[in-house]
Design a protein around this ligand. Structure first.
Ligand SMILES: [Zn+2]
Length: 133
């Protein structure tokens, strides 16, 4: 009796897996996997564009991202750690800092007005800059 019930249960399971509902579920799963796969590749594209300057390298990243499962992980491991915007911003800051350091001798120490090397007094705030030789 129990054996018959078990057989009946497995028969039901078998019927389920042969049913149209199972086909539908399989197709939906495949569909979502496909969407997920394409979304990952798109994410790699967007991320690579923010990090990689060379368009050719961006497309190589996308190709890598299209490798199922492993591709995205490899991309995340190998991608440049910084966004291009951050790199540019830092370079600008460094340049500005260098320019400021280069200019330092030609500024009034009090009001930071531009002065000539041979000025004795700041023309803006009249601070004495050096003793007359
Ligand atoms: Zn001054």
């Amino acid at each position: 009796m129990i054996a018959l019930q078990i057989l009946g249960f497995f028969g039901g399971v078998k019927n389920f897996f042969n049913s149209a509902a199972w086909d539908l579920i399989q197709n939906l799963l495949l569909f979502f996997l496909l969407i997920f796969w394409l979304a990952l590749a798109y994410w790699v594209y967007k991320d690579a564009r923010r990090r990689v300057e060379d368009p050719w390298m961006v497309w190589m990243s996308v190709l890598l991202g299209l490798v199922p499962i492993a591709g995205v992980f490899i991309y995340v491991l190998l991608r440049p750690p910084e966004y291009l915007d951050d790199v540019r911003e830092r370079e600008l800051e460094i340049k500005e800092m260098e320019a400021r350091l280069g200019r330092r001798e030609l500024q009034c120490p009090v009001c930071r007005a531009e002065i000539e090397r041979d000025f004795l007094v700041c023309p803006v705030c009249t601070t004495k800059l050096k003793q007359p030789a």
